[in-house]
Design a protein around this ligand. Structure first.
Ligand SMILES: *[C@@H]1O[C@H](CO)[C@@H](O)[C@H](O)[C@H]1NC(C)=O
Ligand SMILES: *[C@@H]1O[C@H](CO)[C@@H](O)[C@H](O)[C@H]1NC(C)=O
Ligand SMILES: *[C@@H]1O[C@H](CO)[C@@H](O)[C@H](O)[C@H]1NC(C)=O
Ligand SMILES: *[C@@H]1O[C@H](CO)[C@@H](O)[C@H](O)[C@H]1NC(C)=O
Ligand SMILES: *[C@@H]1O[C@H](CO)[C@@H](O)[C@H](O)[C@H]1NC(C)=O
Ligand SMILES: *[C@@H]1O[C@H](CO)[C@@H](O)[C@H](O)[C@H]1NC(C)=O
Length: 726
């Protein structure tokens, strides 16, 4: 009996030590460890960390909660869960599309998130547009384009738009669906590439193998599923908030000698064992001291383990300058020893300290200077000093850190596929928006500073002013004037009532601004990313176009094209998708989508619609063709009763959305036409609710009628010519 008891306790010890699950709970499902807070069965898991082990599989398979998502590994240390998921593919033969798969994943509750640092969206194919949609502002979507016309030009290992493309996903994504499209049904590439593939995949797992991945159905036959990494976190609180709960046993970092840290991908926190300890921080006593001395290379003298650390000394009678590094030797003559002990370490430490400190500072300084030069800072500085009228400033990194409280989360104004925008207050009290881009492309562009200068000279009442930039960082940051009333996207898709007149005014103002960039700015500027999220509204709900010239910041050769695509789905000019060349007419197309958004109050990418209606512009154009315009227009403006006006604006939008760029009107024509439509009198008897319209309508009459202040009489300030910086 006694022996049995002992054996039982011994077993328990073994299981808890090795498996890290709660005592008495199953530690594995098949061969897969299930450490606490995960667990199988009642009382074995923390809330939201339930695992179901399905024994009908051989070997048994663990599933998240009671759902159908199975996983292959849990990492307590990194807060990760590894799983596999299906590849999205579309295959074509001579008669067109013949098979495919559109997988999607929906992660349960707030516990799991797709890791944005460990996964990349990857697509392969020679006639391939891949994108994923999910929740979030703008119907979170990101994607890339992969093309090639000859497999012999493909390079294995390079995934940058030729046969293979990759793009990162934003933080906090909890569900997604992978979509594929093609330009020409693979008809031109059928011989060597009949299928397109797309998948979110563990970054380190995937390497592009060139032509061999593209032939036949080889890839999907070999890899029906690919590995994927999830982040998991406890609850929705930060460490600080959760720590208040220690008494109620809610706080998850149970072990002594454990630390708490906030999740970097969405809400919640995680725990890890403190330095010198290892194990499972979520279990009482889960973090055990590491016996550092078991590694003989750690100490040349006598090693003694302590809680959380160790002591390394020479045995009595022997000496070493550093017993962790150097063997212990017989003691030297006492005087010499004193001298050694006191003077050498002291002097060398001091010298070392001074040296390193100086070196470190110089190194940082040198790096900054290098970046500054790389981004064309010197040229820019010279230009600014030789044009005293220029109100453009080169900010230091510290300036912007101070202005935004070190890029505090509370200062975030917006977040997109391309970067973060922070609100900041400069030392002269001016309120600004600081754009910190995430597009990590080779931006070692001498012209960058120069282009900034040109953009800063853009001066139009409907364009957000660029005030300056910071060049001494890896990816330059831009400083814009702050526009207080949010984006057009928020206005359209918020619940607020919006009259037709107000919508036309905003459209007209936007069109004016883009027309100005195209034809009045010198050199002409292609906006490159026109969408409702990039149109801001000021105190009076006047439209202000922002983020213009974004395309200039990214190289536009075909290889790099993929990176540019982010966050712009639904607004993209199909012709540009085919050719990879951005033109003024691409802006016209994107503007057409914004116009349709204003008319229909629908988002540019309709996530839940049937496949063919996903794209707002397709939906709109086809409903016009089929004479179903009334079905898609926003009821509110239909009820205003101005069908004649609506039809005219719709026709204009349709012309903007022409697949052939050449057939689209110029932005100047669009602006002129909209300006005309915006001032068309709405007869008083059709306005349903005069009070509600007051703000937006009043505004519209002065901007609309004020043709003199409109597009055709722009104040042209001292524009820099292209020769700048030669
Ligand atoms: C285990 O998996 C099988 C096959 O998918 C399924 O039919 C069964 O319902 C599952 N059992 C449990 C307990 O979930
Ligand atoms: C294309 O594939 C479909 C489905 O497998 C098949 O029915 C059809 O005959 C194929 N067409 C050609 C031209 O191979
Ligand atoms: C592909 O490129 C190689 C080398 O550039 C060339 O020899 C070959 O003819 C090309 N094949 C096709 C189908 O264009
Ligand atoms: C692609 O195939 C579909 C169906 O076969 C066809 O309607 C469409 O015109 C084709 N598109 C191209 C670009 O070949
Ligand atoms: C954890 O630390 C506290 C305070 O230092 C101590 O009172 C307690 O006994 C420790 N618990 C264990 C299990 O070591
Ligand atoms: C605990 O996690 C934090 C955040 O990831 C990390 O900085 C720290 O080094 C970790 N501590 C240990 C002992 O691994």
């Amino acid at each position: 009996m006694g022996l049995q008891m002992l054996l039982f306790q011994f077993m328990l010890l073994i299981t808890t030590a090795a498996s890290q699950s709660l005592p008495g709970c199953p530690s594995k499902c098949g061969a897969i460890d299930i450490p606490y807070p995960f667990g199988i069965g009642e009382g074995c898991f923390r809330e939201n960390f339930k695992v179901t082990c399905n024994e009908t599989f051989n070997p048994p398979k663990p599933f998240i909660s009671t759902g159908n998502l199975d996983f292959t590994k849990i990492s307590i240390q990194d807060g990760l869960m590894y799983m596999t998921q299906f590849v999205a593919y579309d295959c074509y033969n001579k008669s067109g599309w013949y098979m495919g798969n559109v997988p999607s994943i929906n992660l349960p509750d707030h516990t799991y998130t797709f890791s944005n640092t460990r996964n990349v969206l990857t697509a392969m194919g020679c006639d391939t547009v891949a994108y994923i949609t999910g929740p979030g502002e703008g119907g979170f979507s990101t994607g890339c384009v992969s093309v090639c016309n000859n497999v012999s030009v493909l390079t294995s290992g390079s995934c940058s738009g030729m046969g293979c493309c990759q793009t990162s996903i934003p933080e906090g994504v909890k569900w997604y669906k992978a979509h594929l499209q093609s330009f020409q049904n693979h008809s031109n590439v059928l011989n060597f590439n009949p299928c397109s593939y797309a998948f979110l995949v563990e970054k380190d797992w995937f390497t592009f193998n060139g032509a061999s991945d593209l032939g036949g159905r080889r890839f999907v036959d070999a890899h029906e599923q690919v590995p994927l990494v999830l982040d998991w976190a406890i609850g929705e609180q930060t460490c600080e908030e959760a720590m208040g709960n220690t008494i109620s046993m809610e706080f998850a970092c149970r072990s002594n000698n454990s630390d708490c840290y906030d999740s970097s991908n969405g809400p919640g926190y995680r725990c890890n064992c403190s330095k010198g300890y290892t194990g499972n921080p979520y279990l009482v006593d889960g973090c055990q001291d590491i016996d550092e001395c078991s590694d003989p290379s750690i100490c040349k003298g006598v090693c003694r383990n302590t809680q959380g650390s160790f002591v390394c000394e020479c045995p009595r009678g022997k000496h070493s300058d550093d017993p962790k590094m150097y063997d212990c030797v017989k003691k030297q003559f006492p005087v010499l020893r004193v001298a050694l002990v006191i003077s050498i370490p002291f002097a060398s430490v001091l010298a070392g300290l001074l040296f390193c400190f100086g070196l470190q500072r110089r190194k940082i300084h040198r790096l900054r200077e290098k970046l500054f030069r790389q981004h064309g800072g010197l040229l820019l500085e010279r230009e600014i000093s030789s044009h005293p009228g220029i109100a453009f400033k080169i900010f230091t990194k510290e300036d912007l850190e101070r202005a935004t409280s070190n890029f505090d989360k509370d200062q975030v104004l917006g977040e997109g596929g391309q970067g973060m925008v922070y609100k900041g207050v400069l030392s002269d009290r001016r309120v600004v928006a600081v754009k910190k881009s995430m597009v990590v492309t080779a931006m070692q562009n001498q012209q960058f500073g120069n282009e900034m200068l040109i953009l800063s000279q853009v001066n139009h009442k409907n364009v957000v002013k660029l005030l300056g930039c910071c060049l001494e960082v890896e990816i330059p940051m831009l400083v814009y004037e702050f526009i207080p009333n949010g984006t057009l996207f928020q206005l359209i898709h918020g619940g607020r009532r919006l009259t037709l007149k107000a919508r036309l005014r905003i459209a007209s103002e936007t069109a004016c601004a883009i027309a100005y960039l195209h034809s009045e700015a010198s050199p002409p500027i292609i906006h490159g990313d026109v969408k409702s999220l990039n149109i801001l509204l000021d105190d009076n709900y006047t439209a202000k176009v922002s983020d213009f010239g974004a395309s200039k910041l990214t190289p536009m050769d075909k290889d790099m094209f993929a990176t540019f695509m982010q966050g712009t789905w639904g607004y993209l000019d199909p012709e540009c998708l085919l050719t990879g060349i951005l033109t003024e007419k691409s802006d016209v197309y994107s503007f057409g989508v914004v116009l349709v958004e204003l008319l229909t109050r629908r988002k540019a990418v309709l996530i839940d619609g049937p496949e063919k209606d996903r794209n707002l512009s397709n939906l709109f154009v086809s409903s016009m063709k089929e004479d179903r315009l009334m079905d898609v227009l926003d009821r509110d403006i239909v009820d205003e009763g101005r069908m004649d006006l609506l039809r005219e604006v719709s026709l204009l939008a349709k012309r903007c959305l022409n697949v052939q760029g050449e057939e689209r009107p110029t932005m100047k024509e669009v602006a002129a036409e909209l300006e005309g439509l915006a001032v068309t009198e709405v007869h008083p008897w059709v306005v349903n609710n005069p009070e509600e319209t007051e703000n937006l309508i009043n505004k519209s009459s002065d901007s609309g009628a004020g043709g003199s202040t409109g597009f055709f009489s722009l104040e042209k300030r001292a524009m820099l010519s292209i020769e700048v910086g030669r």
